[in-house]
Design a protein. Structure first.
Lengths: 236, 171
């Protein structure tokens, strides 16, 4: 089965590359024209967020420096660097599941279940199927994808599940725990193949019913899936 | 030569679906050009239909993105035969209400047959179990009927023009 797939992919790949690049340019232009009226407000909110992030960045740099110093003193050695493979997104198939088609495969070291991230360390999904020169990536927005997660500040565990490519839900949150709206959610590393501390999204709304043991949170994904052109696959 | 043309058109449709038209996906609607093309061929092709004109595009899309492989092809093939039979037996007059009804039936049957095949494969442990939420049935499927129905109408109109030009040339 692998050979016909590889042959069809090989024949389609020039068209896929050309059409994807053209559609990204057209989509970018249309998106700009449609959102132009919101640019001023977005600009203001981004400036405010940037000021907060500068302050946070300064604190984190200090913490990083202290971390390095302590690692040195305790002879813990350098943290293990991740090995990454860069791939281009050549197609998106939302038919019966949310999948990307990427232009790297087993010949580049890819294997099923490897984590796929964007340049900002946002979790995109995982490798579902691998050909010799292409692979399918199941997105975190897919209803059949789930990953263990943890909230950044309150350190509450839960399971992230996609919902028909529309939103992310964080489920199995203990009912007695308080999750704050606006909190970042990261991977917990409890899934063997998905490393910890990959950014999933931000909590938008928390739903709690009196009769239920667990509560549920709705997340806005960190990554903008329609604009992604390249991804990184984290090799084991 | 005709088979090469079908092969090339199928590649272009599949690639277009994965690139340009995937950007048109909104809420839960997923554009499916291959389904639209096959349905329009079932509704408006000549009496004797060549099943390779259905299998080639279906297999190409399935090989590119089908997961699990084979289910898309089977669902498209079954849909084609059902709609072809309905178009010949029940809706002979081929006016616009009949065409719209055939298109809606075709998209609905395709979606449900895909779900059925996947559920069956999950029960037989051929693939990992895939769960469908209720939203898929009351949200995704109606949106797909509307959206892919519009694409199909476009293809039907295109086929109508091609066939009437050919008939015009013969006369």
């Amino acid at each position: 089965m692998a050979s016909p797939k590889n042959v069809i992919y090989f024949i389609s790949s020039p068209f896929l590359k050309f059409f994807q690049q053209t559609s990204n340019k057209i989509y970018g232009t249309f998106n700009f024209l449609l959102t132009i009226k919101d640019l001023s407000r977005e600009n203001y909110s981004l400036r405010e967020e940037n000021k907060n992030l500068l302050q946070e960045n300064a604190i984190l740099k200090e913490a990083d420096r202290e971390n390095e110093l302590l690692r040195e003193r305790l002879a813990l050695g350098e943290p293990i660097a991740r090995q990454l493979v860069l791939a281009d997104v050549v197609g998106l198939n939302p038919q019966l599941g949310q999948y990307f088609l990427i232009n790297k495969g087993s010949a580049d070291g890819l294997a099923p279940d490897l984590a796929v991230v964007s340049a900002n360390n946002f979790l995109i999904g995982k490798v579902a199927e691998v050909g010799s020169r292409s692979a399918k990536v199941i997105l975190i927005l897919d209803s059949n994808y789930s990953v263990n997660a943890i909230t950044q500040q309150t350190q509450i565990n839960g399971i992230i599940r996609g919902s028909h490519g529309l939103v992310l839900n964080m489920e199995m949150i203990p009912g007695d725990q308080k999750v704050d709206s606006g909190e970042m959610v990261l991977t917990s590393g409890l899934n063997g193949s998905i490393p910890k501390d990959l950014i999933i999204g931000r909590v938008v709304e928390v739903t709690k019913k009196e009769s239920e043991i667990f509560q549920k949170a709705t997340l806005r994904p960190a990554a903008d899936f329609k604009k992604i052109e390249s991804v990184f696959i984290i090799l084991k | 030569m005709i088979y090469f043309a079908v092969f090339l058109i199928s590649i272009l449709l599949a690639v277009g679906q994965l690139t340009f038209f995937s950007k048109l996906a909104f809420w839960a609607f997923n554009p499916n050009l291959i389904l639209a093309g096959i349905l329009s061929y079932a509704i408006f092709g000549q009496e004797e239909k060549n099943q390779w004109f259905v299998l080639i595009p279906a297999l190409i899309l399935d090989l590119l993105v089908g997961r699990p492989f084979g289910f898309l092809t089977l669902a498209l093939w079954l849909t084609f035969y059902l709609i072809d039979w309905l178009a010949r037996i029940l809706f002979r007059q081929n006016d616009w209400p009949a065409i719209v009804l055939l298109i809606m039936s075709g998209v609905l049957f395709f979606e449900l047959s895909l779900v059925g095949l996947i559920k069956l494969a999950g029960l037989l442990h051929l693939i990992n179990k895939i769960n469908f939420e209720w939203f898929y049935f009351y949200g995704t499927i109606p949106l797909n009927i509307l959206g892919n129905g519009i694409f199909c109408l476009f293809f039907v109109r295109l086929l109508q023009k091609i066939i009437s030009k050919k008939l015009g040339e013969k006369i």
